[in-house]
Ligand binder design. Structure first.
Ligand SMILES: Nc1nc2c(ncn2[C@@H]2O[C@H](COP(=O)(O)OP(=O)(O)OP(=O)(O)O)[C@@H](O)[C@H]2O)c(=O)[nH]1
Ligand SMILES: [Zn+2]
Length: 335
């Protein structure tokens, strides 16, 4: 029996039907575009729910600051909060996203299967929040800094709870990171200290706050964004599904200027997996010495002629940072 095998003619017919289906789907999209008679605008994704996006108009007066619920064209890869997009208005606050502008930075997190996925885009600064109490381990700060450096986004440190009595070690840490060129911003939410400097530092930038539980990220953000209750998960207008909240990232505007992108996942950024190369590159003061070791594949451990170890011996690299580097590298191979 000819049986399960399709004849060439049958195959051809099926292909033809499929092609016709695709054509109709394209046509449907084209019809939607037809409906979108408005001109293209630039906008920023401020939240997303699957393939539905909340886009805020930029620049042009007619749309600037207004929010539109948009679907995205099927041919676009998935978009994330912070993306700058090209979109067209449909009607009644609805729109369609037709393109995405290049991202200048991307924050990625592993999904449930461990595959890195973008969670937010076009971030200018990662604020690593630590606190006077509990005293931050230098090694932990270095881990955050390395993770930030790996994204290409500029990190800075906030030391919160300066109202509490400080361990002298903290001043050493502060001086160390300032010497490396990092901004270090002391703050106290409780006494409202340092917040104006912080507000100034947030202006004109898109920032994320990261750091361990208990350092005061929520307290800081609630103070800087007094009118938003950011623990309440945003948008809820999907009429079919009724009210729902989201744990995906959302963009907020600080009253004094600048934007925040925040989500529970973003706050945990920095403690995921790193490669040894990322760790080495993430210690910014090592960079002038890399490539100068005697052995090209130097691991900067016991090898003779290691340029990094020589720099440590000559006081050009802080021993504490080098030890922290070794500890992080060791933790990679141990796990
Ligand atoms: N003394 C003092 N305590 C503070 C300050 N800021 C926050 N706290 C307290 O620190 C604790 C933790 O603050 P949160 O804002 O919840 O910290 P968080 O980093 O958001 O922690 P998670 O929500 O667990 O991620 C709370 O009890 C705050 O009241 C401060 O400037 N000084
Ligand atoms: Zn070396």
């Amino acid at each position: 029996m000819a049986g399960r095998k399709l004849t060439r003619q049958q195959r051809w017919r099926i292909d033809k039907i499929q092609a016709e289906r695709n054509r109709r789907a394209d046509k449907k999209e084209a019809a939607l575009d037809e409906e979108a008679m408005g001109p293209e605008h630039r906008g920023r994704v401020i939240a997303h729910f699957g393939r539905t996006l909340e886009v805020e108009g930029m620049e042009e007066e007619a749309v600037a600051g207004k929010r539109f619920r948009c679907h995205q064209r099927a041919n676009l890869e998935s978009l994330v909060t912070g993306d700058i997009v090209s979109w067209r208005e449909l009607k009644d606050g609805l729109g369609v996203v037709v393109g995405r502008f290049d991202r200048h930075s991307t924050l990625e997190r592993p999904d449930a299967r461990g595959i890195l996925k973008p969670v937010a885009a076009n971030i200018d600064r990662i604020l690593i929040v630590v606190a006077v109490e509990p005293v931050p381990f230098a090694n932990l700060i270095d881990r955050y800094l390395v993770a930030a450096e790996a994204t290409g986004i500029t990190p800075a440190l906030v030391i919160n709870k300066t109202d509490l009595p400080a361990d002298p070690e903290l001043d050493t840490l502060k001086a160390r990171y300032q010497r490396l060129g990092y901004d270090v911003l002391p703050a106290s939410v409780r006494q409202q200290h340092g917040l104006d400097v912080l507000r100034e530092a947030l202006k004109d930038l898109t920032t994320v706050f990261v750091g361990q539980s208990g350092v005061g990220k929520s307290s800081l953000i609630n103070t800087l964004l007094p009118s938003e209750d950011i623990r309440v998960g945003a948008l809820s207008e999907d009429s079919r599904k009724g009210t729902h909240t989201t744990t995906t990232a959302r963009l907020y505007h600080f009253p004094a200027g600048g934007d925040l992108i925040d989500s529970p996942g973003i706050r945990e950024f920095g403690l995921g997996h790193l490669t040894e190369q990322q760790v080495t590159d993430g210690f910014v003061e090592f960079r002038p010495f890399l490539g100068h070791c005697r052995f090209r594949d130097c691991m900067h451990r016991e090898e003779p002629g290691c340029a990094l170890r020589e720099a440590v011996a000559e006081g050009k690299i802080d021993l504490a940072r080098f030890e922290s580097y070794q500890r992080i590298v060791h933790s990679l191979t141990a796990s």
